[in-house]
Design a binder for this molecule. Sequence first.
Ligand code: ATP
Ligand code: MG
Length: 221
Amino acid sequence: MPVLPSEGRRIALIGKGGAGKSTTLAQCLAYWSSYGVPCIGIDTDIPGDDEHGTLYEHAQLVDLGAPVYPAPAIHQIRNEAIRLTPEKGLGALDTGAWERKAGGPHIAVLSSVDLAVLCMQPTRNELNRAASVLGAIQQLEATGAHAPQLVILLSMVDRSAASADDMDVTLSEAGYTVLRSRFHLSNGRDGLAQSFGEPVRVKEDSEMDVLARELLDVVAR
Ligand SMILES: Nc1ncnc2c1ncn2[C@@H]1O[C@H](COP(=O)(O)OP(=O)(O)OP(=O)(O)O)[C@@H](O)[C@H]1O
Ligand SMILES: [Mg+2]
């Protein structure tokens, strides 16, 4: 298990609506805590009338093994993320649908974390989104603000399609770092599609186990 620095590390999942961010983070929190990594979640996606299934709601329904805090005010996100991240542990920030807006929560989240994980479906359309996130990070760097490392998690991947392999090559050639792990479509009765509000079943060598470990390795570097 990689050792995290005493001040801990922070990670954010970003991406378009429905990319699987909250599901992935709920699972990862349960896996990380099962490894003995102290971790917390912060949900920066504010639930509204049309918005259900947030990480915070999930953590209200079942024990994810780690506390999940509701969204701080935008200007407090960075301070709260630093304050709440456990010693030698992981602070994980969930976000709503990606929006590159000055003064918005996503830019505040990017300036608060060491690693931004862009959850991205392997379609041509999504390349623009990757460029938008990279642009926001480069803009932070240009202003001297803290900026995270960016990695891409191919998500909602159809196991039977070749599109993810093609997208992996395209993204890598464009200079992006693509995680080895993928988040596959899982529509069965016991699949991740139905996992909201259910306790996480931690299973060794499962796709989530491998993903949770890869994320830990990357953020610890
Ligand atoms: N592996 C999967 N296969 C199929 N469906 C899934 C999978 N994981 C999650 N889902 C379903 O897809 C929908 C979107 O997932 P989720 O809420 O995690 O996405 P999100 O990126 O957090 O969305 P939002 O931006 O709205 O917060 C949910 O209905 C969820 O139950
Ligand atoms: Mg969500």
